[in-house]
Write a protein that binds this ligand. Structure first.
Ligand code: SF4
Length: 156
């Protein structure tokens, strides 16, 4: 997978737990710890959705977290990408027919990247962030002049 060079700033991520068991969330923290250390690539968690490029959601959306999730999504600047980590957020998983579930994340807000797993391993979290990064680059009009030149040379 080749990323363009157009993403010239760090990728900031806001994490929201919409009702997970915490299993996926612990793996997200593991991706930040020294073994994986995603911060060395400039990827970091931020405390407000207003600063975030990516909204990372875990867990099925409960009736209590539906409105906060919608508000967080609205507060983010465009372009923005939504990344869902774990089976619960993607399908509802073991909670799908629970009386207290508003639905998987894509029934509440648009989702750009789905990463399944229970729990998702840190490698999966990192893969998901890279896919979200690519989705953002597409939204930003993908590709620098330099890249376009490279692509033209490859195609020739
Ligand atoms: S996918 Fe598994 S680990 Fe993640 S929140 Fe759901 S039950 Fe927990």
């Amino acid at each position: 997978m080749k990323l363009s060079k157009s993403f010239d700033k760090s990728l900031w991520v806001f994490h929201f737990n919409a009702g997970s068991c915490n299993g996926c969330d612990i793996e997200i923290l593991a991706a930040l710890t020294p073994r994986y250390d995603v911060e060395r690539f400039g990827i970091k968690l931020v405390e407000t959705p207003r600063h975030a490029d990516v909204l990372l959601v875990t867990g099925p959306v409960t009736k209590q977290t539906k409105k906060p999730l919608e508000r967080i999504y609205e507060q983010m600047m465009d372009p923005k990408a939504v990344l869902v980590i774990g089976n619960c957020g993607n399908t509802g998983h073991i909670f799908h027919d629970s009386y207290n579930i508003a639905g998987p994340v894509d029934e509440v807000i648009p989702v750009d990247v789905h990463i399944p797993g229970c729990a998702v391993r840190p490698e999966g979290v990192i893969f998901g962030v890279v896919k979200a990064w690519e989705a953002l680059e597409k939204m930003r009009g993908a590709g620098t002049k330099e890249e376009t030149k490279e692509e033209a040379e490859e195609a020739a």
